[in-house]
Design a protein around this ligand. Sequence first.
Ligand code: ACO
Length: 465
Amino acid sequence: MHEQTQEITEIILKAKAKAIKETNHEPEPEFSKPINWPVNCVVGPGLEGAIACETKIGYVNGAKGWLIYRGYNIFDLCAYSSFEEVSYLLMYGYLPSESQLSAFKKKLIQYRYMHHTKRLLMSFPIEKMHPMAGLRLGTNLMRQEFTDADRENYTSNLAKIISADEDSIPMETKPKGEEHAIYEFKQPQRQQIISDDLKHATGFESCFHLLSGVATLTGAISRLRQGAMPIENDASLSFAANLIYTMTGKRPTPIEERIMDVSLILHADHGMNASTFASMVVASTLSDVYLSVGAGIAALQGPLHGGANERVIEMLNEIGSVDNVKPWFEKKRAKKEKVMGFGHRVYKAYDPRALVLGPLAKFMTKKSSNGKKLFKIAQALEKEVVSTLGKEKRIFPNVDFYSGIVYAAMGITAEFYTPIFAVSRVAGWTARVQEYMRNNRIFRPRAMYTGPFDKEYIPINKRKK
Ligand code: ACO
């Protein structure tokens, strides 16, 4: 291993030691056992506390600050694994052998090449859209490309008829062949699922198409926004390195590659968060995995969710200096406004992802005066928030607080922080969608009606003016 990347492993292991010191090792029994439906639970607004399904994919213990993928803690995965291996783990349920991992990496590399989709994407005014809108559009185009059995016909026809309006993308004709039938999830037989491996689910292959494809789209959108042509993928590069390369046009240093890889691992899955739930809701209607990922991207964009990382950098720039942290924060508190990058529905302890990203942000910014300045403002703000809101309301930094500083140090601009999050989260969205589809039941909660009954309908000409 590269000497400098060893330093990153040490930073992660230090974060692990800190996390272990601050927590004991008992899972929450109410959120970590098989369910006998129906289940009783206390539900708050926004479905707080509601249990929607069983899963073996991942677990977040909010009281203690744990994040676990398929039984492995996030710190060990960051220290020793790679994003490709973690994606395999989430989907197949076990760590791959060397030959399995190498075949899986080859598959992901093949799926990076999406010439038709890239070409189609370029016929839209991508530079005028937020990159997250570009990603939503791109996943629709990928769906088109993959859906039609007669791909050649389809792509030449589609190029002629699309307009610049995202909503007017023509819908596909039903695919002819079963092998490309990502068009519909088949309703599986309700059955006892024995294996954790999701590979027999319909649309399984499309998950990997999406995993590589959303990264390729992010690279292409980044270049188009810089007024440059998309760069061809480099098959010799890892998933993380190729992402940086196709976005920035520069081959990353081993440090940048390793840090991007760690960041992708940290963002890959996180329980029933809003975007994962959104993608599962779409899938539960027997829609398909492309549309599910599109829904995930849409939900992730919001500033209360993945969109917070972009706002954090804006906020730190607005604060401008360490001296201004306290007065700025006091004003925010007085107005009861939220501080971006803090707080979480589930974590009432320190978010373990921030425990890793904080020190990595420090490491990445040590050689840049602007980066160092941003990091110092962030550190001072964290101290201020934790010593007040941390004590009063258990509010701590979340994953979005330090990630932007890390990406900025790699020369990545703020509007791409959420797309990078999306690139990684495709792994969690698709794994959870596939798992849920094995025993699908359409999501359909109820709302409590508090409006009036029995109102008399008055014709328009008789209504009071
Ligand atoms: N800054 C200041 N106060 C906060 C913050 C914050 N970031 N987050 C929560 N609070 C306060 C609320 O004002 C509220 O106070 P009150 O009880 O006195 O009214 C209390 O904490 C509970 O807050 P809710 O908004 O009800 O918590 P909820 O679980 O609904 O929201 C959320 C969680 C959306 C993440 C929230 O903490 C927030 O808006 N944070 C800022 C945006 C952000 O960083 N989002 C990224 C989250 S991580 C992710 O999605 C990838």
